[in-house]
Design a protein around this ligand. Structure first.
Ligand code: ARG
Length: 226
């Protein structure tokens, strides 16, 4: 007969930062969102139990390296810098950085127009890097996107630079804000794993390919982005 261990499902320990709607956020105290549902679907494909842990965004890759988690899914852009320390799967979403301003503000039409402005970014997000590279910007760093949005509403900053989907989400939920018509480079979100964790990387890649092929991924896109 089968032993208890043979019956116990494999567990996949996943780290995220649930302050990034619609990719990951808290709903009645539960972590949910596109990334979380995608990960759960991948867990089904692998017949594994997905255990999600919420932590600060800039703590995610250290937690991965210290083996507190084995997988990170957090709307994380697969940057060249991050690729030096972790492995990324194939991309699962294309995003870009956008500029959020007050509705009546027509002074910002490009990222260069941020010169001389007080611009809110989130600590360790790619938006931080993008804005920090523009000369003459007064960069204000926040711990979460919501805090940046609140600062903009309170006129403590002139603009907030954030990923496109969360930006749309916050603009929809906060009257008096809009997305400026500036064009930014595209970024690819991917799932991060330890470089030497080849076996799990292969499994996750396979599961991602499977949910993309079997229509599950498309259903989630439809649910969260339409
Ligand atoms: N895409 C951006 C980055 O990789 C922001 C991701 C923030 N994600 C989050 N769950 N807080 O830096």
């Amino acid at each position: 007969s089968l032993s208890a261990t043979a019956l116990a499902k494999e567990k996949i320990y996943v780290g995220t930062n649930a302050e990034f709607p619609p990719f990951e956020y808290l709903e009645k105290g539960e972590i949910t969102g596109f990334d979380i549902e995608l990960m759960n679907e991948m867990g089904k494909v692998l017949d594994a139990e997905v255990k999600v842990q919420d932590m600060a965004f800039d703590g995610l890759l250290p937690a991965l390296q210290m083996k507190k988690v084995d997988v990170v899914i957090a709307g994380m852009t697969a940057t060249e810098e991050r690729k030096k320390t972790v492995a990324f799967t194939q991309p699962y979403y294309t995003a870009s950085q956008v500029i959020i301003v007050k509705e009546g503000d027509n002074s910002i039409k490009s990222f260069d127009d941020l010169k001389g402005k007080r611009v809110g970014v989130m600590l360790g997000f790619t938006g931080d890097t993008v804005v920090s590279e523009i000369e003459g910007v007064k960069v204000e760093r926040f711990n979460a996107a919501y805090a940046g949005i609140m600062a903009l509403k309170a006129d403590k900053v002139d603009a907030v630079v954030l990923d496109s989907e969360p930006a749309k989400n916050y603009v929809k939920q906060n009257a008096g804000l809009k997305i400026a018509e500036a064009v930014a480079a595209q970024e690819e979100y991917a799932i991060a794993l330890r470089k030497n964790d080849k076996e799990l990387l292969e499994k996750i890649e396979k599961a991602l390919a499977e949910v993309k092929a079997n229509g599950t991924y498309d259903k989630l896109l439809e649910k969260y982005f339409n």
